[in-house]
Design a protein around this ligand. Structure first.
Ligand code: ADP
Ligand code: MG
Length: 755
């Protein structure tokens, strides 16, 4: 890192200020504080005249102190300082821009009260001009402000000596503040830093050619203007530069990673003329879609090269990703290597195991049953819930190479799992596996294996570029022909309470017709907050809403009890499935449902991804408003798979018009996953897009908004690609390299790992 950025803050702003900043913001270096940008800027034109202050709203106003008095409270200890302020009439020189010009009008007055306001008592003396910011309350029948933030304007070093015209244009930066440390206190330290720091010594990660093309401000100027702008245009220009810079550093980090991965040497797994893959293709009961065939070709070519494949396969729910992956696995097995398939849950791993063996038919060989000898591949399941003996055997088969395809969960990552010759790793339903986990698997092969990551959540291009930027991307955008349509309905119990019973008689009809039903609940038991065990489900948009609900949400246990008493379902075999069950119980529940022994499955979102029971035709999602859009879309993709039309009922007790019902309406209105994911992202928060809710952290992106700044991200990616392409070690771009290292501090690395 640059010496200047790394300097201890205390050396430039004094020990006391630095101490306060370190204590409340955790920032200790010059660079850290310089990069602590204002969250927004107040336009002085947004100032509210006192005569117009609205009750219960946050206001910012400039006023002059008319009088001030301090008294001791009677009932408790402490003092109250009452300050009467009046509209600043513009003398000397400050007038409103944009807003109403009230010069000449009768100035309004407002009472401002401070409890134990020692600073207010000392500073808000008669005649002084100050900026106040706070919430308007009613106090003793009169409108007023209680304990507002205030800033003396006459003392502001940036205000002093400025001519009135330019002062009126000067935006007021607002920093992300904490309860203890106000924006203004931060601003003061930053101002001091701007005076003392050698801004010209700061590194510029943006190559000069790019900076010239984009007409960026020089770094020093940009830092000055983002913190102390004299006009709106100032901070906008500064922000544009830092925003692009952020995108470039991130994309360069990803490009460098791609280059490093590509430079590694992998074992080429060339297709063979008459192997398992050829036999598999001959026995396939359907024709591959054009997309499956095209992507299959790409994968085949990449597997045959001696650099590792690193590819993301995106595809709508039900688009047939598994077959694509299986064909790639067979090519690797044909070439003498092994393939591992990693699933996010045990349920899904077991499902894959069953369905892959079924799809392979005679081409799959069991450890015990023998089979077609070399003309077949052994598919092995390795999970924690297996008996010790079975597990031992599976471990042995993986290590000896007997198992050609090994399917499992995170358990495959543990140290005691080894492979004879791991050639390909397939990660299914990606968003739960990070770079670090992919690396752990990679380390299981002597040479880096090929990697295929699959995700069913349609991701906008820029999110893919940012979160999965170290992978090349393929998209499966068509569904296999003959897919039965899914009709989705919002069942609003608030307006139609009678529909509650109708749901279960509808389920009965489905079951009597020989089909099966999923019932999904947001919670496991009546005493918990939801089934948010990692790897199975994640907090939804609904959870992030502030108006937490007092209503009792449907839980798996309560619903199972209720349905056992439900006359419409009398005699129907039903069972619970959730993440807190013993793994063996879980797989048994899933197996019973798959085998059509259980007709109705009451579960949490453990069935969200990948579960493939063709006979299921109805999905009832209770308290559907508790789920996010993409989750609902994933969930309903579980029905309508076997050529029978599917139905999805989104049940909610929320009133029509409640904002959370918008999500349900969106899901009911279209089955286009891409459209939904755009809608979803609009309704969600940024941090959530990047998965911050999973790691508990906030979004580490400062100025970049993945949805809004698609063009910036795309341009930065192109630039980064060019830079890293011609200078892979970034020797010619030391400042960019430094910025990447700074970016990849442990906290930031977590960001990449979420990919
Ligand atoms: P997803 O992409 O959601 O993982 P799957 O791989 O589970 O989808 O495929 C869903 C279903 O579609 C499976 O039953 C699979 O056998 C079937 N399928 C896949 N490809 C085709 C195809 N080209 N034509 C017909 N059915 C297909
Ligand atoms: Mg799948």
């Amino acid at each position: 890192m640059s010496a200047e950025l790394d300097l201890d803050l205390g050396r430039l702003v004094g020990k006391r200020s630095a101490g306060v900043i370190a204590k409340h913001l955790g920032l200790t270096t010059v660079g850290a504080l310089l990069n602590y940008f204002p969250r927004r800027y107040l336009d002085r034109g947004e100032l509210t005249p006192i005569s117009e202050v609205p009750l219960d709203e946050d206001v910012t106003l400039i006023a002059r102190v008319v009088s001030s008095s301090t008294r001791t409270m009677k009932a408790r200890r402490g003092t109250i300082t009452d300050v009467v302020i009046s509209d600043d009439d513009g003398t000397p020189g400050l007038r409103m821009v944009g807003g109403s010009d009230y010069r000449g009008k009768v100035p309004g007055t407002l009472k401002v009260s401070f409890f134990n306001g020692y600073r207010a008592k000392a500073e808000l003396l008669q005649g002084r001009r100050a900026l106040f910011s706070g919430k308007v309350t009613r106090y003793g029948g009169l409108l007023g402000l209680t304990n507002p933030d205030f800033l003396l304007l006459d003392e502001d070093p940036f205000v002093q000596g400025k001519d009135p015209e330019s002062l009126a244009l000067m935006p007021i930066p607002v920093y992300p503040a904490t309860g203890k440390l106000t924006s203004w206190a931060i601003q003061k330290v930053v101002e001091a830093l701007l005076q003392t720091a050698d801004l010209d010594a700061l590194p510029d990660p943006v190559p000069p050619a790019v900076a010239a093309r984009e007409k960026f401000l020089p770094v020093a100027e940009a830092y000055r203007l983002i913190h102390a702008p004299e006009s709106t245009a100032d901070w906008q220009r500064a922000r544009d530069r830092f925003r692009y810079q952020e995108a470039l550093v991130l994309q360069a980090a990803l490009a460098r990673r791609r280059a490093q991965l590509a430079a590694e040497e992998a074992t080429a797994r060339r297709p063979v003329a008459d192997g398992l893959l050829a036999a598999f293709d001959r026995q396939l009961p359907f024709t591959l879609t054009a997309g499956q065939a095209a992507i299959g070709k790409t994968l085949s070519t990449e597997l045959a090269q001696d650099g590792p494949m690193n590819r993301l396969l995106q595809g709508e729910v039900g688009s047939g990703k598994t077959v694509v992956a299986l064909r790639a696995m067979l090519q690797v097995v044909d070439a003498g290597g092994q393939a591992a398939l990693l699933a996010p849950t045990e349920v899904l791993a077991a499902q894959h195991f069953e369905s892959i063996r079924r799809t392979l038919g005679p081409l799959s060989r069991d450890g015990l049953l023998g089979g077609f000898g070399n003309a077949a591949v052994q598919v092995t399941l390795l999970t924690r819930s297996m008996s010790t003996a079975a597990r031992k055997q599976a471990l042995l088969d993986a290590a000896s190479g007997t198992a050609g395809i090994v399917i499992g969960t995170h358990a495959l990552l543990s140290d005691n799992v080894s492979f004879y010759d791991l050639g390909l790793i397939v990660v299914d339903e990606q968003h739960r596996f990070g770079v670090e986990q992919r690396d752990a698997l990679r380390a299981k092969a002597s040479k880096p294996p090929h990697l295929l990551v699959m995700t069913a959540t349609p991701i906008p291009r820029t999110v893919a570029m940012t979160v999965f930027g170290d992978l090349e991307t393929s998209v499966l955008d068509e569904l296999p022909a003959g897919r039965a349509p899914i009709s989705t309905h919002v069942v609003g119990l608030a307006e139609n309470p009678g529909w509650a019973g109708r749901i279960w008689s509808r389920s009965r009809e489905e079951i009597d017709a020989g089909h099966q039903v999923y019932v999904v609940c947001p919670k496991i038991g009546t005493d918990d907050d939801g089934d948010f065990s990692p790897g199975e489900t994640e907090p939804t948009a609904a959870d992030l809403e502030e108006n937490g609900t007092a209503r009792e949400l449907a839980s798996v246990t309560a619903v199972v009890e209720q349905l056992q008493q439900e006359p419409a379902l009398a005699g129907v075999p039903l069972a619970p499935l959730h993440g807190r069950q013993d793994p063996a119980v879980k797989s048994a529940a899933m197996a019973d449902f798959t085998a059509n022994r259980t007709k109705l499955l009451v579960s949490t979102t453990v069935i969200e991804v990948g579960v493939d029971v063709h006979n299921a035709t109805l999905m009832v999602i209770l308290d559907a408003d508790r789920f996010g859009i993409s989750q609902l879309h994933q969930l309903r993709g579980r029905v309508g798979r076997g050529g029978h039309p599917g139905t999805c009922l989104l049940v909610t007790t929320l009133e029509p018009g409640h904002p959370s019902r918008r999500r349900l309406d969106a899901v009911a209105s279209t089955t286009d996953g891409f459209e939904l994911s755009q809608e979803d992202l609009k309704l969600r928060r940024e941090g959530d897009i990047l998965g911050a809710s999973q790691s508990g952290g906030r979004s580490t992106l400062k100025l970049l908004r993945v949805l809004e700044h698609e063009d910036i991200i795309a341009r930065a990616r192109e630039d980064a690609q060019k830079i890293v392409g011609s200078d892979p070690s970034l020797q010619q771009h030391p400042q960019l390299a430094q910025a990447i290292d700074g970016y990849l501090n442990p906290e930031k690395e977590a960001f990449l790992e979420r990919g």
